[in-house]
Design a protein around this ligand. Structure first.
Ligand code: ZN
Length: 296
């Protein structure tokens, strides 16, 4: 079946390569979902681009989930961009946010984020969350993620990411573990890797989807799977924000309310403001156990 060569928008797509059934190939392209996601956050372009790349990575990783839940990719650094967080759940709801100070002359990834760590968390709705952490080690977010896969997952993986202030794109190439791998598979992997290394950032941003897959792998039989739609969505709620407030501890909550009649908690991801007043104090300080950590 010939490929449909229309560029994807706001979806992840997987491909099957006839000659390399032990390789996983997926692309993601975000356009309107990205601009909607970050519209209220007034980010400098360099921070917007990093969020676009991180959100793309979260979508590619969430697409691999085998359970209901979410993937969270978080980066903490010593540079002017001190925090970047993106998550995507198994329904394709993606969101991202960042904390930054004056960027000064910082332009490169390393100058923007400094030293720190990258954490990748798989958080199932039921069961234990799994988190892998690696030091920030690389000249780009892609390089840090590749480092994460090599160290924490021990799966040969190459993630390519690119973004501007209107769109973002990514490609994931992964060599699936197989017992007794033969030389032919290693050779195929090297060929695929060499092909993906020829991509430019512009191609990733504008063609990530069937046109890019065809451009890279046209020497092989390629089958494109149905797109998996991803859209901006925020899972914040009044209950979740209350949990964040409660985690400050009883005396801190009491002193907050002593200083003002109403306490507000904003969601950094979507801008929603949750207000709590005196009537909520008892509920906020109840013995109800706090739930799992939220990244708000
Ligand atoms: Zn929210």
């Amino acid at each position: 079946m010939p490929l449909d060569l229309i560029a994807d928008q706001n979806c992840v797509r997987r491909y099957l390569l006839e000659d390399a059934d032990d390789a996983r190939v997926a692309t993601v392209r975000l356009t309107q979902s990205l601009t909607t996601m970050l519209a209220h956050q007034s980010m400098p372009p360099a921070v917007f681009r990093l969020c676009g790349e991180l959100a793309s990575a979260a979508c590619l990783l969430a697409n691999m989930l085998k359970f209901k839940g979410e993937m969270i990719v978080q980066l903490k650094g010593s540079g002017p961009v001190s925090l970047l967080v993106a998550d995507c759940n198994s329904e394709g709801q993606v969101r991202a946010t960042a904390q930054w100070q004056d960027l000064g002359a910082a332009q490169s990834f390393q100058d923007l984020v400094g030293t720190g760590y990258l954490a990748v968390t798989a958080d199932p709705e039921q069961g234990e969350r799994y988190q892998g952490i690696v030091p920030l080690d690389g000249s780009s977010l892609s390089a840090c993620l590749n480092h994460y896969f090599a160290n924490s997952e021990q799966i040969d993986t190459r993630i390519y990411l690119a973004a501007d202030t209107e769109q973002a794109g990514g490609l994931l190439l992964q060599r699936l573990p197989r017992e007794g791998g033969s030389g032919a598979q290693a050779e195929t992997w090297e060929t695929l890797h060499a092909l993906t290394e020829t991509m430019t950032d512009d191609e990733l941003k504008t063609l990530a989807g069937p046109p890019l897959a065809y451009r890279l792998f046209h020497g092989q039989q390629i089958r494109q799977m149905d797109p998996w739609s991803v859209q901006f969505g925020c899972s914040c709620s009044r209950d979740r924000s209350a949990r964040a407030l409660r985690s400050l501890g009883k005396s801190e909550v009491e002193s907050l309310f002593a200083a003002q009649p109403r306490v507000e908690v904003d969601c950094h991801f979507c801008g929603q403001v949750y207000q709590y007043d005196q009537a909520d104090i008892e509920w906020l300080l109840s013995d109800q156990p706090p739930g799992p950590d939220t990244l708000q």
